[in-house]
Ligand binder design. Structure first.
Ligand code: ARG
Length: 309
């Protein structure tokens, strides 16, 4: 069952929200079902292989996320999981796709390294221009497109060399942000893009996850950002997907949801407690496909692109 915040009774802030109309941007994503999901190793502080996972529950929660996207008009494409790659469900790490260019991932830990080829093969087959990474980067976990730039995390996984590479590949300004707390090891665990339209950029973040200079950079560039508190950040409350109006997020992060409603967004809550055991949430399970021809609901994009070209 989807825990929809929108069903809550109108509050004073809810009424204010109606004055700010937000328009959803057509959005397409790639997801990987958690067929082989498990916690068999620990590469972030959330993972504890001694805590059992519930495979059926993980699948049910993931399906609920997928169906929530579909209900909101977000086009979902699926890639098959690979046996032996328990973290492949975290599709955000599979690559970075902007303007139909897919910059491949290159994972830091050997346990995840084979995922990069699985994702890049899917993206190549779907007709994206695949550019092989030569530096360690974990895709959209650390490279978040907003406006005409990319916010890029480093400190735990993706390297600064990969930020320079992304700058060349996408021909965009890349703003390096230093992460300092191990539980917020990817940028998308500490910072959420709410509105990516040039001129309307809006983010939410957890200031304590960043080094002082990066905090200053964020304050300067995003003076009206939403600041999320420690407790809700620790639910991976910032690990969300927004189409510019609907924000799919953990249902438990109610204060963040209220702040979103006040800014005119439509928060939609889901429960991904099983996938949280691997250190991932909504955004981690979701790779944005940004490009011209990916909004048709087909698992094989190649035909669609050939027709459109
Ligand atoms: N277990 C995975 C890892 O540590 C979780 C990845 C979460 N993904 C994300 N985009 N933050 O690599």
């Amino acid at each position: 069952m989807s825990l929809a915040f929108e069903s809550h009774p109108a509050t004073a802030s809810g009424l204010a929200a109606q004055t700010t109309a937000r328009t959803p941007v057509p959005t397409a994503v790639l997801m990987c079902p958690p067929t082989y999901f498990d916690v068999t190793y620990a590469i972030n502080p959330w993972m504890d292989p001694s805590v059992p996972t519930d495979a059926a529950r993980a699948v049910a929660q993931w399906q609920e996320l997928r169906d929530t996207y579909t209900r909101l008009g977000i086009v979902v494409h699926e890639i098959e999981g690979v046996d032996g790659l328990p973290d492949m469900v975290y599709a955000a790490n599979g690559a970075t796709v902007i303007d139909s260019i897919a910059y491949t991932a290159s994972f830091l830990y050997p346990e995840r390294q084979p995922e990069a080829a699985a994702y890049s093969e899917w993206l190549a087959r779907a007709g994206y221009d695949v550019v092989e990474a030569t530096h360690v980067n974990e895709g959209e976990g650390d490279l978040l497109a907003i406006g005409d730039m990319i916010l890029a995390g480093t400190g735990f996984r993706s390297t600064i060399a990969s930020h320079r590479e992304a700058r060349r590949v996408f021909d965009r300004e890349v703003v390096t942000l230093m992460l300092v707390r191990p539980e917020y090891y990817h940028l998308d665990t500490a910072l959420a893009v709410l509105d990516a339209r040039p001129g309307h950029e809006l983010i939410a973040y957890l200031p304590s996850a960043f080094a002082a200079a990066s905090r200053a950079e964020l304050e300067l560039r995003f003076p009206d950002a939403i600041i999320v508190d420690e407790e809700e950040a620790a639910m991976l409350g910032l690990n969300i997907v927004s189409n510019g109006r609907d924000v799919v997020m953990p249902a438990r992060a109610t204060r963040f949801a209220a702040a979103l409603r006040e800014r005119g967004f439509n928060p939609v809550g889901v429960d991904l407690s099983e996938l949280l055991k691997g250190g991932g949430g909504v955004k981690c399970c979701t790779l944005a496909l940004r490009g011209s021809n990916n909004l048709r609901g087909s698992n094989n994009l190649r035909g669609a692109r050939v027709q459109g070209d």
